[in-house]
Design a protein around this ligand. Structure first.
Ligand code: 13P
Length: 250
């Protein structure tokens, strides 16, 4: 039985300017008293280096994406190497918004995760079914296909983390029920153990999709929920800190 410390990651998406850096400082201050959980914030790239300074080592700062290559002719992209140099400790890859808006495939996501691990970053690989797939009873099948295609083989210095984010629960206020989450997270755990053996028991599985201070504690009580990937409620310390505290005390 592996002990997995809860990991709470705020994904700011395309939100936040210089004024939002005060929220990073406030979360860092609160994280000092919440040693039971690990806390990270992924702001837009423009704020990354400044956020690292404001986080004071108390909150890890990460990117929301990285390229599969280290450098070169890839206009508009940022590499895992660049993130690492800017002070990032993690990166989200394969978020459903990028899969939908940028057409990212499982194999592309896998290449990005490989580069992130090679540069010693935590690679948070996102999976999750659409509303139509859920209605058709195909959620588990969809997620297992994404895991098979998007997760890299072990390697590098970084840590692999999986985030289950059902698309229908993102930004909608509709959270999956603890029973739904329990079913999918245990299926994810089984596939991790099948593929990686005993070390699959050490991989953290985060839940994401309308997590807030009101539902965090019951989600964290579900077996194999090792933390959360939080969108809207991570934008202010006032909403994010109670989620961090729920994790620290779970
Ligand atoms: P919300 O918490 O706003 O639903 O977003 C979840 C998400 O997509 C985090 O990556």
């Amino acid at each position: 039985m592996h002990v997995r410390r809860k990991l709470i990651v705020g994904n700011w998406k395309m939100n936040g300017g210089i004024a939002a850096l005060g929220e990073v400082a406030a979360v860092a201050e609160a994280a000092r008293g919440a040693a039971g959980a690990e806390v990270a914030i992924c702001p837009p790239f423009t704020l990354l280096a400044a956020a690292v300074t404001r986080a004071g080592g108390l909150v890890a700062i990460g990117g929301q994406d990285c390229h599969w290559d280290d450098s070169g002719a890839h206009t508009g992209s940022v590499s895992a190497a660049m993130l690492r140099e800017a002070g990032a400790r993690l990166v989200i890859v394969g978020h459903s918004e990028r899969r939908a808006e940028q057409g990212e495939t499982d194999s592309l996501v896998r290449s990005k995760a490989e580069r992130a691990l090679a540069y010693g970053l935590q690679a948070i690989v996102c999976v999750g079914e659409s509303e139509a797939e859920r209605q058709a009873g195909r959620a588990a099948e969809r997620v297992s296909g994404q895991l098979a295609g998007s997760l890299p083989d072990p390697g590098g210095e970084g840590e692999l983390v999986v985030a289950y984010e059902p698309i229908w629960a993102i930004g909608t206020g509709r959270t999956a029920t603890p029973a739904d989450v329990a079913g999918i997270h245990s299926a994810i755990r089984r596939s991790l153990l099948d593929r990686f053996g005993d070390s699959g028991g050490r991989i953290r599985i985060l839940y994401g999709g309308s997590v807030n201070s009101g539902n965090a504690a019951e989600l964290f009580a579900v077996p194999d929920v090792d933390g959360a990937l939080v969108g809207g409620a991570s934008l202010t310390a006032a909403q994010f800190v109670p989620i961090v505290e729920a994790a620290a005390h779970s």
